[in-house]
Write a protein that binds this ligand. Structure first.
Ligand code: SAM
Length: 265
């Protein structure tokens, strides 16, 4: 029989409050997002341009209600900001200098990391036209000059060199195993010796018996993308195959976690 301990007694109050805030913003996001996403496939082709891309080109705006777009954008950003801060607090980047946020979307994670670690320079690698949205969002947050954006296709173009941290956040869950391994291999090739790769995602436990909410999220991803949630054990193995040395698994917020690994010096 499993031991079901009420969540509130298992997690510190600050974390519980942060997760509750995340939930509130997610409900706002879902409530305002229906008109936008409809049957749009995430991952694969749909994800190539992403929400930001459709906003940039204007062709995703089935809705004519600017307030819906505004609420959707802000709710998504507010939720991600909570996750971003949790990632920034969970990793020791004191001796790191340059971070590449791979397929970094609006750059919210790069901004959160630079806010927490001001000595760090960050660059977001994003596909066109999302790079334009990212640049504008970063400037709006006041991070122009600290967080840069490079337009590129992570599958076809060379990844910029000279970075000693790669953040791969909520990206691998969009793709099937061969593509996941390709992304990790590309990271390893371009990573500075001794560099750190940080995989931020919703991870299943090593035995794939839970957590239940990650399994549910994985089922949703399997329906709507080419990917799923990977387990800590799978991630560890894929990282090892491309040459990385697994470092650790750290829970962050709202069922998300980070897996870190190092490239040998
Ligand atoms: C699920 S979003 C994750 C965004 C961000 N990292 C986060 O954690 O919120 C996936 C991102 O991958 C980007 N993307 C998809 N295909 C790409 C490609 N071939 N090259 C670069 N970015 C790509 C999309 O534009 C989108 O912003």
């Amino acid at each position: 029989m499993g031991s079901h301990v009420p969540l509130a007694t298992r997690v510190p109050t600050a974390i519980a409050a942060r997760d509750a805030d995340f939930g509130r913003h997610l409900v706002r996001f879902a409530a305002s997002g229906g008109a936008f996403f409809g049957s749009e496939k995430w991952g694969g082709e749909g994800c190539d341009e992403g929400f930001g891309g459709r906003l940039a080109s204007g062709d995703g705006a089935d809705t004519t209600d600017a307030a819906v777009v505004d609420e959707l954008t802000h709710a998504g950003v507010d939720a991600r900001q909570i996750l971003g801060r949790a990632v920034a607090e969970a990793i020791d980047l004191r001796r790191r200098r340059a971070l590449l946020d791979v397929a970094g979307g609006s750059g919210i994670y790069a901004c959160c990391l630079v806010a927490q670690h001001p000595h760090l320079k960050a660059t977001v690698l994003e596909k066109r036209p999302v790079d334009t949205v990212a640049r504008a969002a970063i400037a709006k947050r006041g991070f122009a000059g600290t967080v840069w954006v490079v337009a590129g296709d992570m599958f076809k173009d060379s990844w910029p060199a000279g970075f000693d941290v790669h953040l791969i956040s909520n990206v691998l869950h969009d793709w099937d195993v061969p593509v996941v391994k390709k992304i990790l291999a590309r990271s390893f090739e371009s990573m500075a010796p001794g560099g750190l790769v940080v995989i931020h995602d919703a991870h299943l436990n090593a035995g794939k018996s839970g957590p239940l909410h990650v399994a549910e999220y994985s089922a949703m991803l399997m329906h709507s993308t080419e990917g799923r949630c990977y387990s800590v054990a799978e991630m560890r193995e894929y990282l090892r195959e491309v040459g990385y040395r697994f470092e650790k698994f750290t829970p962050t917020a709202a069922g998300r976690s980070i897996v870190t690994a190092r490239k040998p010096a």
